[in-house]
Design a protein around this ligand. Structure first.
Ligand SMILES: Cc1cc2nc3c(=O)[nH]c(=O)nc-3n(C[C@H](O)[C@H](O)[C@H](O)COP(=O)(O)OP(=O)(O)OC[C@H]3O[C@@H](n4cnc5c(N)ncnc54)[C@H](O)[C@@H]3O)c2cc1C
Length: 659
């Protein structure tokens, strides 16, 4: 078997993988990137709406800073996230935006003077000061207190991905495309790289690395109705799970986006609502203010999606030949605005629906959109369970997002985590942990296991059709493990998925050749996707509360007393039917922002016994430091800077704020 050596192996050529690769390369390591597709075609390119960072350049962003961004992120997560990670993130995001600007990302800019905008269905005039002219601007997005989502019209991910990809090309980092990581090389303690399958000729290659970083994106394709690209099948997370020692975190935390075109599932960005778009029902009534008087269409995604589904169930859905949906109305924004700031939305509507969104309403319904769960890591991106394995981006559970990620926080996470994790990888490579000795026997054993897996599928002449099984899995996930969940349906889902998993080992292929064989690839991936689906369904069944995007009609309250913890799913024995679930408690005693009301949605959480005590402690610290600056107060509440590489520790400069 061909063997390739490198210091750092990055699996995934999206924004997260590319940025981590750059950070490791800049510290002198040899780095190699694997990708299913050319990096510039990774799913990151589809991000339309923007990237959150508290620059505070605009009138509607004035007064924004890390503290406000932090609070929005923690409330958005429904207190499911790691608050230290959230601090690392909000602190680094402004630096990441500026770095991207220096690499040529053409961020939309502040225009001094007056301009018209639509806020809450009213045309208002906003005035930007001369001093801000030409600085990076921001839009209303993600239900944030301040407008902080930086954007490149509605092609933000595209612009970012191209810029970062070009940087990796400039650094001479090789990318091996159409190469799929199919298994990790490990001995249960340390990771030594990956066994990789060439998708064109079917040959296996061993990539041996001192550090391996998985940045393979989300697993949305386990659902029928999803905004995710066809390559988002979660194989990176699955191969980590299959080591038996690396857990996946919060797999039941799956986000549904309110405005996917119905029924195709193509996303129309939240920027539409941020810029003033409205949701309407079958009667043309704007229903969101009835449910969410404060945030209306801009409540967090989990809340808007649930309100939409409930409104449809109350009989107010519009209907076309594919089923029921609601309407997104952006006509009031006018052709000029749509042509300049929502161009992709216009084209999507034109090409896929045959409508002009400046004149007609867009049929929408919530669809799976984002995977909060993934490979569980520490704040430096080191995976639990295996030394030498790291993860970042949507594939990871770093855990910035908890049970609901904010719009615009994900592309920001990719680059920010890439910066931090890439640096931690470089540290690892220079430490004694970065040294390794891999025996040829272990390598042979790992490769033989993969060969056996593929031949078990290719040589099988069973009765099952992999494409039909895939469709069945996706239907179960959408129907029973979707926006609104119930224990009985979840139990049924787990049972049906485990049956499908057994059937997935009885497939019969029509084409048996090893390379360029989509049927073989699908049959192989199906087994992994089913494992992920079972982790989601089983985790959701066991979590008897409602938190963020995980909503149980039989347990509608958030239960901090019993469920302020993260699910860790392990697949220790290949023969087991469901993962072993362990739980990692979130420590209220060290939280900067103890659990409370999110500011939207339900207001009836069951309190954690430590919350009141921690609240009182925080009040005392704040009173003692009443004259100190906000950084000193923050540091006293929950220090985080020591976790950052030195070059990222400095304060961020902002208009009107002294540093
Ligand atoms: C339609 C849409 C719009 C969005 N808009 C926004 C937005 O406006 N703002 C925002 O913050 N977020 C947005 N998001 C979310 C955001 O785009 C993603 O979370 C983010 O881009 C994921 O980046 P990533 O680098 O983690 O993964 P990806 O960009 O998905 O890249 C994954 C990479 O891994 C490779 N890969 C996968 N499996 C393997 C394997 N086994 N072996 C080798 N390579 C592999 C793929 O080829 C790919 O290169 C949007 C998401 C969608 C679906």
């Amino acid at each position: 078997m061909e063997t390739i050596h490198t210091d750092v192996l990055v699996i995934g050529g999206g924004l997260a993988g590319l940025r981590a690769a750059l950070a490791a390369r800049k510290r002198g390591n040899s780095v190699l990137i694997l990708s299913l597709v050319p990096p510039k075609r990774s799913h990151s390119a589809a991000a339309q709406g923007g990237m959150q960072a508290s620059l505070g350049n605009t009138t509607k962003g004035a007064g924004d800073n890390e503290d406000v961004h932090f609070e929005d992120t923690v409330r958005g997560s429904d207190w499911g996230n790691d608050q230290e990670v959230a601090r690392l993130f909000v602190h680094t995001a402004p630096k990441a935006v500026r770095e991207l600007a220096s690499w040529g990302v053409p961020w939309n800019r502040v225009q001094a003077g007056e301009r018209e905008a639509i806020i809450d269905n009213r045309r208002v005039t906003l005035s930007e000061p001369e001093a801000a002219h030409g600085l990076i601007t921001a839009r209303d997005f993600g239900g944030t207190k301040k407008w902080r989502t930086c954007y490149v019209s509605d092609g933000t991910g595209h612009a970012m991905l191209y810029a970062v990809s070009d940087q990796t090309i400039a650094e001479g980092i090789p990318v091996h495309e159409r190469m799929e990581a199919v298994s990790l090389i490990h001995d249960g303690l340390r990771c030594y790289g990956a066994i990789v399958r060439n998708l064109i000729d079917g040959k296996l290659v061993a990539y041996i690395a001192r550090a391996t970083c998985i940045a393979t994106g989300g697993f949305g394709r386990i659902y029928q109705s999803t905004t995710n690209a066809v390559i988002n099948e979660g194989i990176g997370a699955a191969i980590a799970l299959e080591t038996g020692v690396v857990p996946l975190g919060n797999m039941e935390a799956v986000q549904f986006h309110p405005t996917a075109i119905f029924p195709a599932g193509i996303l129309v960005t939240e920027g539409c609502r941020g810029d003033g778009g409205l949701l309407r029902d079958v009667d043309g009534h704007r229903f969101m203010p009835d449910y969410e008087p404060e945030k209306k269409e801009l409540a967090s995604r989990d809340v808007v999606s649930r309100r939409m589904e409930a409104h449809i169930r109350s009989g107010k859905g519009a209907r076309n030949r594919f089923g029921e949906h609601l309407w997104l109305d952006i006509t009031q924004l006018g052709a000029q605005h749509i042509d300049h700031k929502l161009r992709e939305v216009k084209e999507i509507c034109h090409y896929f629906l045959g409508i002009d969104p400046a004149r007609q309403w867009i049929p929408v319904r919530p669809a799976q959109h984002y995977s909060m769960g993934g490979i569980r890591t520490n704040a430096h991106g080191a995976a639990y369970g295996l030394s030498g394995l790291f993860a970042c981006g949507e594939a990871a559970c770093w855990d910035l997002h908890g049970f609901n990620r904010l719009g615009g926080n994900s592309v920001a996470e990719t680059v920010v985590s890439g910066m931090i994790v890439g640096d931690a990888i470089a540290d690892f490579c220079t430490s004694s942990g970065g040294d390794m000795s891999l025996s040829t026997a272990l390598l042979r054993e790992c490769a033989d296991k993969v060969r056996a897996e593929f031949s078990a599928i290719a040589d099988n002449h069973g009765p099952e059709n992999p494409a039909a099984l895939l469709g069945a899995m996706q239907a179960i996930m959408t129907d029973k493990v979707g926006i609104v969940r119930h224990g009985e349906q979840l139990a049924e889902a787990v049972r049906e998925l485990t049956e499908l998993a057994a059937r997935s080992r009885q497939v019969g292929l029509r084409t048996h050749r090893p390379g360029a064989n989509p049927e073989l690839t699908l049959a192989w991936r199906l087994q992994k996707m089913l494992k992920l689906a079972i982790c989601v369904a089983h985790g959701a069944r066991q979590r008897t509360e409602s938190r963020g995007a995980h909503f149980r009609t039989d347990f509608p309250r958030r239960n901090d007393a019993e469920w302020l913890k993260r699910t860790l799913a392990y697949w220790t024995d290949p023969a087991q039917l469901v993962p072993s679930l362990h739980y990692e408690a979130l420590d209220v005693r060290h939280m900067e922002l103890p659990p409370g009301w999110r500011g939207y949605g339900a207001r009836d959480a069951i309190e954690h016994p430590e919350t009141a005590h921690r609240m009182a402690q925080i009040e005392t610290i704040r009173a003692q430091l009443a004259t100190a600056d906000r950084h000193a107060v923050q540091d006293a509440l929950m220090p985080f800077r020591h976790l950052l590489p030195t070059h990222l520790r400095g304060d961020n400069a902002r208009p009107g704020e002294s540093t």
